[in-house]
Structure formats: structure tokens, C-alpha cells
Design a protein around this ligand. Structure first.
Ligand code: ZN
Length: 82
């Protein structure tokens, strides 16, 4: 089994830094589902996951572990490859 990646968290959990270098004060993170698709943080829909806006890693806020990586990242300002 592949070892899990973990993001860096500081400032009492307020500041997140992804393995790609994105952090809370840069592109930031958004609530998402297990596939990295953006969802509103509503009970019953949202499972406590965040997606990195730069690389698409899906992060579980319970333990800051990367559980998945979105295939199609809607990078801000980036041109889709298709
Ligand atoms: Zn990232």
C-alpha cells in the first residue's frame, strides 16, 4: 500500500500548505467530494474534504491526509489540455 501524503499545517490548523506548494494564502483550497469535484459544504453532501486549487489533491480535514487526486483540475487561469 502506498504511503499517504500529508499536507503541512501550521498556525493552529489555519494555515495549510499542499505538497505542490499551494497554500491558504495563495490559490487556497475548496470544499469538494471524494473525486475532487467542487461541492457546497452542506451536511449530507460534504464529507469534510478539501481540494487543492492548484494540483487537485483531495485532503481529508480530519487528519490532513491526501486521499485522492482529481483528474481534471480547474486551475485558475490555466488552459485545459484538451
Ligand atoms: Zn496542491
Amino acid at each position: 500500500m502506498k504511503e499517504s501524503e500529508r499536507i503541512e499545517v501550521s498556525n493552529g490548523g489555519d494555515h495549510w500548505e499542499c505538497l505542490c506548494g499551494n497554500h491558504t494564502m495563495a490559490s487556497g483550497f475548496g470544499t469538494c467530494d471524494g473525486n475532487g469535484a467542487s461541492v457546497e459544504p452542506f451536511e449530507g453532501i460534504w464529507e469534510g474534504l478539501y481540494a487543492c486549487h492548484d494540483c487537485g489533491r483531495v485532503i481529508d480535514q480530519e487528519n490532513y491526509t491526501v486521499i485522492s487526486k482529481a483528474e481534471n483540475v480547474r486551475s485558475l487561469g490555466a488552459t485545459p489540455s484538451q
